[in-house]
Ligand binder design. Structure first.
Ligand SMILES: [Zn+2]
Ligand SMILES: [Zn+2]
Length: 266
């Protein structure tokens, strides 16, 4: 295991571990790079926010202090997971306007006003409709007003999907998936490989099949990302996922260090 590029600390409403605990665990697990990427879900209907304009200063100073303290032992990347919505774009832009956060994950959690991570989200919608809306939102998020370095958990809609065939397949959604991968590649950003799912319908987000398509289209920037909210989940499933990535052809991870993308062999 080399790098975990997506973790949550107590600055996230659903976080359970301090940033220091995350870093200590990452060192124990042998990682050389750890990104702490707390939620910034601005203007959400259920007030699930995390980092916003009121506490961004405190967040950045807490993490940059730890970054200094652990220098030489592990690279602590000061990140943020911005939840994209059309109405919060400008507020998010203000939040990430400085040098820090140095790593911004752009994620879609809310589609048409409700969190895809809830069964109620799918009420009255069939698979093609609800997944179609999600893919539209991801497409829109790629052209957002703020800077970002990575696209978070692509395929998130599968996580709470009530449908028997919940996999977001290329067969059903070839057009939007192709467009999204093309944009990610052209923009030169990272497609994160989120390992917070383990098993049906996919063993990672995006799934192995979609990662293969991304690779075949020329996509090379990927980052292993546990999305851990508990220390024990840091680096979750990485050994298995790294084997899968190597089998596809990927040779390195891409992380953000000192303002630049850096390749890390795995
Ligand atoms: Zn997320
Ligand atoms: Zn997350």
């Amino acid at each position: 295991m080399v790098a975990d590029c997506h973790t949550h600390s107590l600055f996230s409403p659903d976080g359970t571990q301090s940033a220091r605990e995350i870093i200590e665990t990452a060192i124990e697990k042998g990682l050389s790079h750890i990104a702490i990427t707390d939620h910034a879900d601005l203007m959400t209907p259920d007030n699930f926010t995390g980092v916003d304009e009121k506490n961004i200063g405190a967040y950045i100073s807490a993490l940059t202090a730890l970054k200094e303290e652990y220098k030489g032992r592990i690279y602590v990347c000061v990140g943020l997971e911005v939840g994209y919505t059309p109405q919060s774009e400008q507020a998010a832009k203000a939040l990430v306007s400085g040098r820090y956060p140095e790593y911004v994950i752009n994620s879609v959690h809310y589609v048409r006003g409700s969190d895809c991570y809830s069964k109620g989200h799918f009420m009255g919608q069939d698979k093609l409709t609800s997944y179609g809306y999600y893919l539209d939102a991801v497409k829109q998020s790629l052209n957002c007003a703020y800077r970002y370095d990575a696209v978070g958990h692509f395929g998130y809609i599968e996580r709470c999907s009530p449908f028997d065939d919940s996999e977001m397949t290329f067969k059903e959604f070839s057009r939007p998936i192709t467009d999204i991968f093309r944009t990610i590649i052209e923009r030169g950003v990272i497609l994160e490989v989120n390992t917070s799912v383990s098993g049906a319908p996919s063993s990672s987000l995006p799934s192995e099949k979609l990662l293969k398509i991304y690779y075949d289209m020329g996509g090379r920037k990927i980052a292993t990302s546990s999305d851990a909210h508990l220390c024990r989940d840091i680096g979750r499933n990485f050994h298995r996922i790294q084997d899968m990535l190597k089998k596809i052809g990927f040779e390195y991870l891409t992380v953000k260090q000192d303002g630049k993308f850096k390749k890390l062999k795995f």
